[in-house]
Design a binder for this molecule. Structure first.
Ligand SMILES: Nc1ncnc2c1ncn2[C@@H]1O[C@H](COP(=O)(O)OP(=O)(O)OP(=O)(O)O)[C@@H](O)[C@H]1O
Ligand SMILES: CC(=O)N[C@H]1[C@@H]2OC[C@@H](O2)[C@@H](O)[C@@H]1O[C@H](C)C(=O)O
Length: 384
């Protein structure tokens, strides 16, 4: 390892930066790993509507000059990252030289881990060299593609971090399966077995479809606390049709994204089952779809008496949380805040941990989750 990097990797302070499939903006944290995992501060920066629309457009193959537009969007994205980094440093009083590295996820615009020839790809827009220039901090980027190259899904990556922070060794609850459900744009579940085993997979949609419908009909980017959904009536045929999506029944390892759960997927279902429906009824049904697909995943892999810790922005949707709890009467449903990590900090903290694993030369993936051939060191390093 070059001398400067070796020196940097002595520091216990790392930054994690996450901009996920919700396309709402960037969450960042500084984490101190000197004694367990301690988040020193959290900052976020919303995307302006122009960048959000461009990133959403780049998720589909429509439109022209994608390569040029993707490069410009990546530059704009890391300017938001740099802004979050400045906020974190200002709030904590930490100097750039004290940060060992930052894990910068980038923006997923395609996720096709398995293609016809066996090896697919996952694509996160990012400009790590620019980010290193803007911040003076070592950047670890491209954290998914090595797992895909090793035959894995490249996602979800957070289960290994969940195990360290919420698993039996960390919790002291040695006889119990702990489940961690991240409800972002897409939802993913980690199953932390009492025997130390770890499973994990994307259960299906999180907030992405609800957000899209809410924006289209109310002009608001999301349904605050799920109040609008709570005012609507469930459309049973629409729910049944969406729950019949074959992805939901597939066994893990599996991962998904906007590649499957996109606007056209929703429109096709609405055209058949909700032509004359009230918009609030569709919102109620989309919320139930997220709740039911998450609850099904939990029922399949959790045990009666297990604890379910919810994180991601969906944990702030009170109505969605009520629906998940109602569908899982034998599971204790709460949020990660109960274990000391607020829901909006978990993913970003996971990417700080992944940067640390990379710098220390340790694996970041779990083959039991992604299906990769084995453990792999994830990420590419852009020194400060
Ligand atoms: N107060 C709230 N009420 C309802 N929903 C909320 C609230 N706050 C956040 N959300 C939802 O959470 C979303 C953001 O969640 P989060 O930041 O976890 O997603 P992400 O990181 O983009 O996704 P992913 O985990 O798929 O990468 C918002 O788009 C919104 O749908
Ligand atoms: C390809 C990609 O960006 N996947 C994200 C997405 O957002 C949630 C879910 O789908 C999960 O698989 C993953 O993110 C989390 C952070 C993960 O890798 O664990």
């Amino acid at each position: 390892m070059p001398h400067a990097l070796e020196q940097a990797s002595q520091s216990p302070l790392y930054i994690g930066l996450m901009s996920g499939t919700s396309l709402d903006g960037v969450d960042g944290v500084i984490v101190d790993f000197s004694q367990g995992t301690r988040v020193l501060c959290h900052a976020s920066c919303a995307f302006d509507s122009g960048l959000r629309a461009e990133l959403l457009a780049l998720n589909s193959s429509e439109g022209t000059n994608e390569l040029h537009r993707a490069a410009l969007a990546a530059n704009a994205l890391v300017r938001h990252y740099a802004q979050v980094v400045q906020q974190l440093l200002a709030a904590s009083g930490v100097q750039p030289a004290q940060i060992a590295a930052m894990g910068a996820h980038g923006q997923t615009v395609r996720h096709r881990p398995q293609m016809f020839d066996g090896t697919g790809y996952t694509l996160q827009l990012n400009a790590p060299a620019l980010l290193a220039e803007l911040t003076g901090i070592t950047v670890v980027a491209d954290l998914r593609s090595r797992d895909v190259a090793a035959g894995g899904q490249g996602a979800p990556l957070v289960p290994a971090f969940h195990q360290g922070v919420f698993g039996r060794a960390a919790s002291g609850q040695k006889n119990q399966t702990t489940l961690v459900l991240n409800i972002g744009g897409i939802a993913n579940l980690s199953v932390l077995g009492a025997d130390g085993s770890v499973l994990g997979f994307d259960s299906g949609p999180g907030n992405a479809l609800m957000d899209a419908w809410c924006l289209q009909h109310t002009g608001k980017p999301y349904d605050e606390s799920g109040q609008w959904a709570a005012s609507g009536q469930l459309i049973p045929n629409l729910l049944a049709a969406m729950m019949a999506e074959t992805y939901l029944q597939q066994p893990p390892p599996k991962s998904t994204g906007r590649d499957l759960f996109h606007a056209d997927w929703l429109a096709a279902h609405l055209q058949i089952h909700a032509v004359a429906a009230q918009a609030a009824d569709v919102q109620a049904t989309l919320t139930e779809f997220t709740a039911a697909s998450c609850a099904d995943a939990v029922k399949r892999f959790g045990k009666s008496g297990s604890e379910l810790l919810v994180c991601g922005g969906g944990a702030l949707n009170t109505y969605l949380m009520q629906r998940i709890a109602a569908l899982l009467p034998e599971i204790h449903v709460t949020t990660t805040a109960e274990r000391g990590l607020p829901p909006l900090e978990v993913e970003a903290a996971a990417f700080a941990w992944l940067a640390r694993q990379c710098l220390l030369g340790l694996p970041g993936n779990l083959a039991s989750v992604t299906g990769a051939k084995g453990p792999r060191i994830l990420g590419a390093i852009y020194p400060a």
